[in-house]
Design a protein. Structure first.
Length: 336
């Protein structure tokens, strides 16, 4: 077990909430709208340094001017995050130090499973990018940093494109930065997709118990190195000015799932799609352990009600070595 207890203060609908984890599996049950997901959000933020749902000002309980989350680990370490709404300032308390960001040594990996993840195969390109970006960022600190810098540079370039009078030379420094970071993102994404594909079919078959073949492809605008990426951005200048945003680059990547060499969206059944997503989660947990040497905490947000018995048993079996925190509208049989 990794987490001993969690305390929330003024966090969304919770004025105060405390969760004590007495064993490897903790169950949080309640009606829809009762704040179950918010508890997982608080855990995620304290372990990862940011929410998976919203910005800080949207998290503070209405009428309050701060929120606080405290996670106590089994080994005695404690991490606290405090957000001051008046100052719009977030502070992390870890290891007797105050920092504006959660130090890397205090980050702990998480596998998060939301109901919407079950629709991943047919989701929009941006939704799929967000999913894989979050997964890859846990595995590679440099990827997380490059992604953050890329998104900031992209926003700056898009703001410039809205100027009434704009010279092409004004874009050069942003084009150079986007080209460098965009190629870094491409290379890391390709590498991770290759690793996933080496395992995906076998893991899927262990869940679905059939001989289907599963794969993922990363669809990009091009396969340029930095110089080619830069030339393409420059070539698109007039078009980008006209539409008001950057029409080429890593922010347009898409992940396509294949089921027996045909696009899974539209050819795979609902159950087959769910088996694909569960297989992805198992691979994510395995990659985290292999690369980081840590057994991730697993957060399951009301997904059992969306799965049949076979897939529920697959989750139980494959996450048996993990600390699991589950939210559910009703009771879930405790087979852990």
């Amino acid at each position: 077990m990794i987490i001993k207890s969690v305390k929330l203060t003024n966090f969304r609908s919770h004025e105060f909430f405390e969760l004590n984890c007495w064993k490897e599996t903790a169950m949080i049950s309640g009606e829809n709208g009762s704040g179950k997901t918010s508890i997982l959000e608080g855990i995620y933020e304290t372990l990862q340094g940011k929410s998976f749902r919203a910005v800080d000002r949207e998290i503070v309980k209405r009428g309050k001017d701060f929120y606080r989350v405290e996670v106590l680990y089994v080994d005695g370490e404690k991490v606290v995050v405090i957000y001051d709404a008046k100052a719009n300032k977030k502070t992390f308390l870890a290891g007797d130090k105050k920092t504006a960001r959660l130090p890397r040594k205090y980050k702990y990996p998480i596998v998060l499973f939301e109901p919407d993840d079950l629709n991943l195969v047919g989701a929009s390109p941006s939704r799929k990018r967000d999913y894989f970006d979050r997964s890859f960022s846990q595995l590679n600190e440099k990827y997380s940093s490059s992604l953050s810098k890329y998104n900031k540079a992209l926003r700056q370039r898009n703001e410039l494109l809205k100027k009434e009078y704009l010279k092409k030379e004004e874009m050069f420094s942003w084009n150079v930065l986007l080209a460098r970071l965009g190629v870094e993102l491409w290379k890391t994404r390709v590498s991770f997709v290759e690793k996933i594909n080496k395992r995906l079919t076998d893991v899927y078959r262990s869940i679905a118990e059939n001989d289907d073949k599963i794969g993922i492809t990363l669809e990009r605008d091009a396969e340029f190195e930095e110089s080619g990426y830069l030339r393409q951005l420059e070539a698109n200048f007039e078009r980008d000015r006209m539409i008001g945003h950057t029409s080429f680059g890593a922010h347009r990547d898409n992940y396509t799932f294949f089921f027996n060499e045909v696009e899974a969206d539209g050819s795979a059944s609902r159950g087959e799609v769910r088996s694909i997503v569960i297989a992805l989660k198992f691979i994510e947990a395995e990659e985290i352990f292999e690369k980081l040497g840590k057994v991730p905490v697993v957060l399951l947000d009301d997904v059992f009600s969306e799965l049949d018995e076979t897939r529920q048993k697959a989750l139980v079996k494959n996450f048996k070595k993990n600390q699991v925190i589950i939210t559910s509208v009703g009771a879930v049989e405790d087979n852990y």
